[in-house]
Design a protein around this ligand. Structure first.
Ligand SMILES: *Cc1c(COP(=O)(O)O)cnc(C)c1O
Length: 380
């Protein structure tokens, strides 16, 4: 019997996406094998790190790379590194009282629960602008928040940030003038695969942080930092295995091996074929559900994280409350099916975390749920 079933959980089909609370993603066999191989014997961790990081830098066309325990940990360690650099501290001086001097600039429109990683460090977030487009941030607004205590600018790239921030390129031009490191949270900005090098090489970021356990399909507890050599060298003094604030964010050799294998796979993946497969799943949902009375199915693109992959959007004409009812029934079934809804829009079926055959199963379940609801409606 399957592990989760043994523990009393229902099997799950994930049509929501690469969400950590659902397990993020599935590790391909080669990633599991790499972790297994690493787990079976010893290695000098600093030496293993150097080799893995060098290889990751080559694979992602970056000056340098570093494996951390997740994007959130990467944000924390990058912000700490930036403080070390800007305040002229030694890594051992990253104490709460010294960190209270640090100011990290963020666009208010980018605020999100992951910026806890920077607040946790003790740095103060200095917000600029509004979380809408009524009065977008100008360059002079942005310059006005810099002080001699500004240690970093944190820029979040996602489909769900609000409008109103300056473009990344303009931010870069200004952070260069002030000599302030630019950190980019790009946790879920894969695909496209080119983002592994675009934010650093084209947009000039000092450090860009990705989740290892989202579309990369590496270990859940892994994250990838890519960036400038000098910045990443300094980060290596702050991060595990050094004692200090990085020590609690221990990275296992299994995670390092797994993430390396995942990135190797990802850069040589046939992304066009994968996208085509996702299109076919959306089409499957459309063919299966669009002929039902009152139901429409559209291709929604890009997805909520801004990734260039399609989702099926199922709507009930004049009955927007149906999306939530169907979502709840999908979740209550066995296997449990996770899917997201949008209050206005309807039910999203996201193929990116599905495997062959799962979309047909979902379509059948939605049909059965709708048939049941119709019977209930006739009875009452
Ligand atoms: C998922 C996500 C994170 C957190 O990533 P972990 O690897 O789970 O730590 C941070 N920022 C953004 C924008 C995310 O989407």
């Amino acid at each position: 019997m399957d592990l989760y079933t043994q523990l009393g959980l229902r099997p799950m089909i994930n049509a929501a996406g690469t969400y950590t609370v659902l397990g993020g993603s599935r590790m391909p066999v080669e990633v599991l094998e790499a972790m297994n191989a690493a787990a079976g014997s010893f290695a000098s961790i600093p030496e293993f790190q150097r080799r893995v990081h060098q290889r990751l830098a080559e694979l992602t066309h970056n000056e340098a790379a570093f494996v951390v325990t997740g994007c959130a940990a990467g944000l924390y360690l990058s912000a700490a590194t930036a403080a070390v650099q800007r305040l002229g501290l030694r890594p051992s001086e990253l104490t709460p009282s010294r960190m209270a001097e640090a100011e990290v600039v963020v666009f208010r429109s980018h605020r999100n629960p992951y910026d806890w990683a920077v607040r946790q460090l003790g740095a103060r977030l200095v917000e600029v602008g509004y979380p809408n487009e009524i009065q977008p941030v100008t360059e002079s607004d942005f310059r006005a928040v810099f002080t001699d205590r500004t240690t970093a600018v944190l820029y979040t790239v996602s489909g769900w940030t609000a409008p109103g921030a300056l473009p990344l390129r303009d931010v870069r031009r200004i952070t260069l003038e002030y000599g302030v490191p630019l950190l980019v949270d790009a946790a879920a900005q894969l695909p496209p695969v080119e983002n592994l090098w675009r934010f650093t090489r084209e947009e000039g970021a000092d450090a860009v942080i990705f989740s290892g356990g989202k579309d990369l399909r590496g270990p859940q507890a892994s994250g990838l930092i890519v960036g400038r050599q000098g910045f990443v060298d300094l980060l290596a003094e702050v991060a595990f295995p050094a004692y200090g604030i990085g020590r609690m964010l221990k990275v296992g050799r299994e995670e390092m091996a797994g993430l390396l294998s995942a990135v190797e796979r990802y850069v040589s993946l046939d992304h066009a074929a994968r996208k085509q497969w996702c299109e076919e799943q959306v089409e499957l949902a459309r063919r299966g559900l669009a002929s039902l009375p009152g139901v429409t199915v559209e291709r929604s693109y890009p997805n909520e994280a801004g990734q260039p992959l399609p989702r099926a959007l199922v709507r009930w004409m004049g009955r927007p409350e149906m999306a939530k009812r169907v979502q709840e029934k999908l979740l209550a079934g066995d296997p449990t099916i996770a899917a997201h809804i949008d209050e206005k829009d309807g039910l999203f079926l996201n193929p990116m975390t599905l495997e062959e055959g799962e979309m047909s199963l979902i379509v059948d379940r939605v049909k059965a749920i709708l048939a049941d609801l119709a019977v209930d409606a006739r009875r009452s």
